[in-house]
Design a binder for this molecule. Structure first.
Ligand SMILES: Cc1cc2nc3c(=O)[nH]c(=O)nc-3n(C[C@H](O)[C@H](O)[C@H](O)COP(=O)(O)OP(=O)(O)OC[C@H]3O[C@@H](n4cnc5c(N)ncnc54)[C@H](O)[C@@H]3O)c2cc1C
Ligand code: SF4
Length: 461
């Protein structure tokens, strides 16, 4: 058997792609969990959330059955708090910092509680935010991903008129078309984007691409400020022979197809090799297995101590039956009749510590052949370097370089999210959007003052 679609029955697909972290079954179960919280002073869970959600406050609001208040507490700090409750690596963030860990007890199920109140806000379309009256300022945003949407919502709350230019025909960025389908469904992502837009004052122009249909200079002329949140691009090349063979795919494209075509229409190999050990690699590997691949092997050139994914992600891959080979790097993709037939793999050892503070992998003379009919590349994403260079922005290793809070080298142009940090998590992009909005508001107020007007934004960030 080689690469093919429709490997499983509809029931099997539905079971394999069901919710990874199911919601509380009853309101009582949520109440019991919320009541375990110690409502710590100076709560470590709150400090370890990049968006600084007031965790003890929203949990206390659940205990008093004030769900609207609880949802507001979450969403005021993180407008994608519903999505983050499903995709955040909480084991290294809020839940990882919960004091219960030090008592060797289960941490509070913060994400599940966050999901409990925010899902209700989305389901019932609770109007928790009102937009201040427009004060005549217009901001253009490139990209309707988490950074762009968070910036847009914050600006709109303060009465700024926002237009987002988005390359795709849907909003949400990688949340909508990148993250594994068993974490967030396309319908959930659509509901979350609709909820964000329901504040008003945000217009999204779809299928509009910076560098193709629109230019930065045009936006600078037509708007008072511009925020760039175009994320990062496709997977990095492996730079080894055989990379062009049929059966070699990019992890982002593979996941995008699962989100867009439906499970049964996505072709998957029987023996799949995944290269890399980040969240994208794990998502691609587990989804290949859930699409019906018989064997999935993840190859990583370093050891478990250096892997970018979390232990929880690794556990998911292992529970799904994926095999992991540490200290192994692909050397050549082997072919039979123009298609992938296997992978020549070099065994590595760890050498000197490099600039990243990790020990570098060094090739040994030992090799082995891994049988495979599909290779998925997931060794990090390539920044949109051309967009940075062509627009005279500062290029720092391909990424867009900004000051602390998202100010670029061009006056009136701000940036944040993956295009600046090179690819982190949704919650980091949301915070970057907030920081960018705060700087833009300061800039709009300052330019107004310079022009001698007395208009005020009334920003409360
Ligand atoms: C496979 C995968 C799995 C992931 N899993 C998780 C996870 O489980 N949990 C987690 O927290 N994070 C995860 N992430 C990371 C997370 O998705 C990103 O950090 C986050 O989406 C970044 O937000 P952003 O707004 O900066 O960029 P993006 O989400 O990439 O949004 C950028 C937007 O800009 C648009 N765009 C790009 N170029 C242009 C242009 N020239 N003109 C106009 N529009 C443009 C894009 O279409 C996109 O909508 C994952 C990432 C990947 C790739
Ligand atoms: S650290 Fe744990 S117990 Fe303390 S407030 Fe946060 S969730 Fe509650």
């Amino acid at each position: 058997m080689s690469i093919q679609s429709n490997r499983l029955s509809a029931e099997q697909y539905a079971q394999n792609f069901s919710d990874l972290h199911p919601a509380f079954e009853t309101a009582d179960a949520a109440l019991v969990e919320a009541n375990r919280c110690l409502f710590c002073y100076d709560a470590p869970c709150m400090k370890s959330c990049p968006t600084n959600i007031d965790v003890p406050k929203f949990i206390r609001q659940i205990t008093t059955e004030n769900l609207k208040g609880s949802a507001h507490t979450i969403l005021v700090s993180n407008i994608m708090g519903a999505g983050c409750s499903k995709v955040c690596p909480v084991e290294k963030l809020c839940e990882g910092a919960c004091v219960f860990n030090f008592m060797e007890e289960e941490p509070i199920a913060i994400a599940k509680l966050q999901r409990y109140s925010t899902e209700k806000a989305l389901q019932h379309k609770w109007k928790l935010f009102t937009r201040k009256e427009s004060f005549g300022k217009k901001v253009a945003i490139i990209g309707a991903g988490p950074a762009g949407l968070s910036c847009a919502h914050m600006l709109s709350r303060e009465g700024v008129d926002v237009t987002i230019y988005e390359r795709e025909n849907e909003g949400g960025g990688l949340m909508t078309y990148g993250i594994a389908a068993y974490k967030v469904t396309p319908q959930f992502c659509k509901d979350e984007v609709d909820y964000i837009l329901s504040i008003g004052g945000i217009n999204i122009k779809y299928e509009q691409e910076l560098g193709r249909n629109i230019e930065l200079s045009e936006l600078q002329n037509n708007y008072d400020a511009v925020y760039l949140a175009f994320g990062v691009g496709l997977a990095r090349q492996l730079q080894i022979p055989g990379e062009d063979l049929t059966g070699v795919v990019d992890a982002i494209n593979f996941i995008y197809e699962i989100r867009n075509k439906g499970y049964s229409n996505v072709a998957v190999g029987n023996k799949v090799a995944v290269i890399g050990m980040g969240m994208t690699a794990i998502d691609a590997a587990t989804q290949a297995k859930r699409l019906g691949a018989e064997e999935v092997t993840i190859l990583y050139r370093r050891t478990q101590d250096e892997m970018p994914s979390t232990e929880v992600e690794l556990k998911i891959a292992k529970l799904d039956g994926c095999k992991i080979v540490w200290l192994a790097a692909p050397k050549e993709i082997l072919h039979g009749a123009g298609k992938v037939a296997g992978l020549k793999v070099s065994l590595m050892k760890l050498g000197e510590t490099d600039a990243s503070g990790r020990r570098s992998p060094v090739e040994t003379e030992e090799e082995f052949i891994l049988e495979a009919d599909m290779v998925i590349k997931a060794t990090g994403q390539m920044p949109f370097e051309e967009l940075v260079n062509n627009n005279d922005l500062i290029n720092k290793n391909g990424k867009l370089s900004v000051s602390d809070k998202g100010i670029t080298n061009i006056t009136g142009v701000f940036a944040g999210g993956d295009c600046v940090n090179g690819g982190k998590e949704v919650v980091d992009a949301v915070q970057a959007g907030k920081d960018g909005a705060a700087e833009i508001l300061k800039y709009l107020v300052a330019t107004d003052a310079r022009m001698g007007t007395d208009k005020k934004s009334g920003a409360e960030l």
